[in-house]
Design a protein around this ligand. Structure first.
Ligand SMILES: Cc1cc2nc3c(=O)[nH]c(=O)nc-3n(C[C@H](O)[C@H](O)[C@H](O)COP(=O)(O)OP(=O)(O)OC[C@H]3O[C@@H](n4cnc5c(N)ncnc54)[C@H](O)[C@@H]3O)c2cc1C
Length: 428
């Protein structure tokens, strides 16, 4: 397809300027005829315009190719991947490079999507299902994910997270893991030309690295503002990468915030701002609020940024976020989801298999949280609506979701992210 475009563009009636591909690079070749300065000026101008048109057409062609490839090579169910490389990125944080065990081609994915792993963890009765964002664009030979150990809440004596600890401590190069195909609704639309603000705290940086890579490697020149919050250099994952993309791309504006810099951390070298990533910082640095915002980080960080963006006049449609899931902690916080109706009302929820009837008073995050608190067993994996483990049949009643309803079969719900709209009977 790219060769066809090139052939079209070599039809140049005025000069012999044309295009060839040398070693995968598009190169302009030609001999200008005529010789006058004016002619030279116009030929150059036209060449530049042609070059720009060519770049756009090649980008469009690549997008088409990627879509077709994705359709051809995405897989259903589980595929086996070999860990080809494990790299320490920061304290308790590792990148895993995954090569398909069957050596067949890898589907592309949208920057921001994640992989779902079904892990066999010693000591666990069942497979542990967890989602991890792809932390690099799709390479022909491998994917990459980056995983941080999920530590217990402060002052608790609970063990650290099962899945993340298994990856950090036990998974090693040469091991094989079971993985579902890339998925997720949080992604950057490469065809949209709006400038972006990529905002992350801690391990929430993983989808942002992929988005920044996708844009810079495609030669996209839109403005990219990258805000990353970490405690200090010990938590500063991808530091070398961040320095490199900033040095290589004029359109990348990198702002790293340390909340507790170490005495050895140097402002201006290791980080740009002391404190947290805040909307006040955006107000100080961004020329306007007219951007697409992508956010991923700890709950309170996302809550404060989304609220403050709204106060700053940023429409909801420009704000996109990924929650890395309410961790597997039984929370009992008042639910405050805009646009939903279940917050204050009280309904009866019947778990038909276990024969339990309980009250929903709006204080639980989800039907799953209510079930667990009342000793009703429902399988759960990612707890963010990503892996499908908690899909459960609805016998009567309706549920609602905070965002767009997920693509699940009629009469079922993803219990980890739904709330009842009224009285509900579910098959658990
Ligand atoms: C779409 C998506 C993308 C994600 N991408 C990434 C990514 O790129 N990188 C990444 O690192 N993570 C990512 N995550 C998060 C990841 O999926 C896991 O949620 C995370 O690793 C924690 O899982 P775990 O098995 O380690 O912890 P769990 O075993 O689920 O434990 C969670 C927490 O509960 C605590 N805990 C344990 N027992 C108890 C108890 N009895 N009572 C109270 N607390 C307890 C643990 O200490 C831990 O803090 C993503 C999540 C989603 C949904």
């Amino acid at each position: 397809m790219i060769a066809e475009i090139l052939n079209k563009l070599t039809e140049n009636p005025v000069s012999t300027v044309g295009w060839v591909i040398v070693g995968g690079l598009v190169v302009q070749v030609g001999l200008l005829v005529g010789g006058s300065t004016r002619r030279l000026f116009f030929d150059r101008k036209r060449s530049r315009l042609e070059q720009e048109r060519l770049v756009l057409e090649i980008k469009a062609a690549r997008l088409k190719i990627v879509t077709v490839e994705t359709e051809k090579t995405a897989w259903n169910g589980i595929r086996k991947f070999t860990i080809s490389k494990k790299v320490k990125e920061a304290e308790d944080t590792f990148s895993f490079y995954l090569r398909p065990h069957d050596s067949k081609p890898l589907p592309q994915f949208k920057p921001g999507q994640y992989l779902t792993f079904a892990l066999t963890v010693p000591g666990q009765a069942k497979q542990v299902v967890r989602c991890y964002s792809l932390s690099d664009i799709g390479r022909t030979t491998h994917y990459r994910v980056t995983i941080k150990r999920c530590l217990p809440p402060p002052k608790s004596d609970h063990p650290p997270g099962i899945g993340s600890s298994f990856f950090c401590d036990s998974v090693k190069e040469g091991d094989i893991v079971d993985t579902k195909a890339p998925n997720g609704h949080f992604f950057l639309d490469m065809e949209k030309q709006r400038p972006v603000v990529l905002i992350s705290g801690g391990i929430g940086v993983t989808p942002m690295v992929t988005m920044a890579n996708a844009l810079t490697e495609a030669g996209d020149t839109r403005e990219i503002w990258f805000f990353f919050g970490a405690r200090n250099s010990a938590d500063h994952m991808f530091k070398t990468y961040m320095d490199e993309i900033t040095a290589k791309n004029k359109n990348v504006h990198m702002h790293v915030c340390y909340s507790k810099p170490l005495p050895t951390d140097v402002k201006g070298r290791d980080y740009q701002h002391e404190g947290r990533v805040t909307v006040d910082l955006f107000k100080e640095l961004l020329p306007s609020n007219n951007y697409d915002y992508f956010l991923c980080g700890p709950g309170p960080f996302m809550e404060s940024i989304t609220t403050d963006l709204t106060t700053w006049g940023v429409p909801d449609a420009w704000v996109h976020f990924e929650a890395f899931g309410p961790a597997s902690v039984k929370k009992k916080t008042p639910a405050k989801v805009e646009g939903t109706t279940s917050t204050a009302a009280t309904f009866e929820i019947t778990f038909s298999k276990s024969g339990k009837k309980v009250k929903w008073d709006g204080s639980h995050d989800s039907v799953l949280a209510l079930a667990e608190e009342n000793g009703v067993k429902i399988d759960a994996g990612c707890r963010a609506g990503g892996c499908g483990s908690c899909l459960i049949a609805i016998k009567s009643g309706e549920v609602e979701y905070a965002g767009a309803p997920p693509d699940v079969e009629a009469g079922s719900c993803l219990s980890c992210i739904c709330k009842p709209k009224g009285a509900l009977v579910i098959d658990a």
